[in-house]
Design a protein around this ligand. Structure first.
Ligand code: SF4
Length: 269
């Protein structure tokens, strides 16, 4: 693979353990929970479009700098008491949530809080799915109301160059194998353009290869999104709404998935 020059944007890497509620395009008024280090992004992937910058890539399978489960839950309970009207509670933030060493315990306790309060908010997680091979991880993800797993690139070349996973994550086939561990499959796919075609995934053959992967995975739901915040790599551009809609139609022809399109509100970066 040839080396591609990337001009980086100095994005903010910090994110509080509890943030918001924020009005989310996909999840309504959402209280966010960041299970990573509040001051430093660390993730098993290093997506070129990440709004938290390049940060640090996590080689091992747990973030040691993360707040403990009891710290997270104490902060969460306090925030919940102050924010009684919510559409969702979302595990996301500046890092990969499933890399938290106590992820399953945190999920179980929040599910219990939701049950105890008879709350109506959707409990969801935005993840790249890279830790689904860890013991108990798939079971913990199935406890969520919605677990949205990333699948952006259909070819190994683009996956390595644009999602930039650490070596242990493997290739696209490995990503699909992990996704198939879940019964309730929800996929988030972000598409983007770039003047240098080596830095864009809105291109063939990746789009066609992704269609074949959707056919194999048969997700219940797919969120098709594009960039709407400042990406880690400069020059990344949103895909036009009509192009996202056209691609959504291609997916609908090969799956029974409910495909929802989320165009950007920002014209360019
Ligand atoms: S998986 Fe998410 S947090 Fe990790 S680099 Fe990609 S966009 Fe950023």
């Amino acid at each position: 693979m040839s080396v591609v020059e990337m001009e980086l944007h100095p994005n903010t890497e910090s994110c509080a353990t509890i943030y918001g509620p924020v009005p989310s395009r996909r999840h309504g008024l959402s209280l966010g929970i960041n299970l990573g280090d509040p001051i430093h992004k660390i993730c098993t992937w290093g997506c070129v479009y990440c709004q938290c910058g390049m940060g640090q890539r996590l080689v091992s399978n747990s973030i040691l700098e993360a707040p403990t489960a009891s710290q997270v839950l104490e902060l969460f309970r306090a925030a919940l008491a102050k924010n009684t009207v919510l559409d969702s509670v979302t595990l996301a933030g500046n890092s990969e949530p499933c890399s938290h060493p106590e992820f399953a315990q945190i999920v179980r306790q929040i599910v219990q809080i939701k049950t105890d309060q008879n709350a109506k908010w959707i409990f969801n997680c935005l993840t790249n799915g890279s830790e689904l091979d860890q013991p108990g991880m798939a079971e913990a993800c199935e406890l969520l109301d919605e677990c949205w797993i990333k699948l952006d690139c259909g070819t190994d070349d683009l996956f390595r160059r644009l999602n930039r996973p650490v070596d242990r994550i493997g290739n696209v086939r490995e990503q699909v194998r992990r996704i198939l561990k879940l019964k309730n499959r929800m996929i988030q796919t972000l598409l983007w353009n770039h003047a240098d075609p080596r830095l864009a995934n809105y291109s063939e053959p990746s789009l066609g290869a992704l269609i074949e992967l959707f056919r194999e995975i048969q997700p219940q739901r797919i969120h098709l999104t594009t960039v709407s915040r400042i990406p880690a790599v400069l020059g990344i551009q949103p895909v036009a709404e009509q192009d996202l809609e056209r691609y959504a139609e291609r997916i609908r022809q090969v799956t029974n998935a409910q495909v929802e399109v989320y165009p950007t509100r920002v014209e360019s970066f």
